[in-house]
Design a protein. Structure first.
Length: 121
């Protein structure tokens, strides 16, 4: 599957997830939050990592925007599962660096969004 096809699939899924999202009645909904990270943020960041590891693939600007947008959508949904409303504008590069350092997508989300607050964990 090409990078463009992977990005299209991820961006479409992020849009569907946003459309279907309903705030949890009693936050946090940690299971759903982790689902957004495992099924969304992690694979999205790995597209970027793979592309940078594969002869430094250059993304089409629209593809790059869709990739970063999908990641930020899932980070917003992740935070919303904790009852926190954020406007995610994180760079995928920063997320990738954090993932390569921590090897843990939950740590990446917490570092970027500050959700949940460290003392709340």
């Amino acid at each position: 599957m090409t990078y463009t096809a992977r990005i299209e699939s991820l961006a479409d899924q992020a849009a569907r997830d946003r459309e279907a999202f309903e705030s949890p009645a009693d936050p946090p909904d940690e299971d759903r939050a982790m689902g957004y990270l495992r099924e969304g943020v992690g694979p999205t960041v790995m597209v970027y990592v793979d592309a940078r590891s594969d002869d430094w693939h250059r993304f089409d600007p629209d593809d790059f925007d869709r990739l970063e947008g999908a990641m930020n959508t899932w980070l917003e949904l992740y935070a919303a599962c904790y009852g926190v409303d954020i406007e995610a504008e994180f760079t995928i590069r920063k997320a990738a660096e954090a993932l390569l350092e921590t090897h843990n997508v939950h740590d990446v989300a917490q570092v970027l969004t500050h959700v949940p607050e460290k003392d709340a964990r």
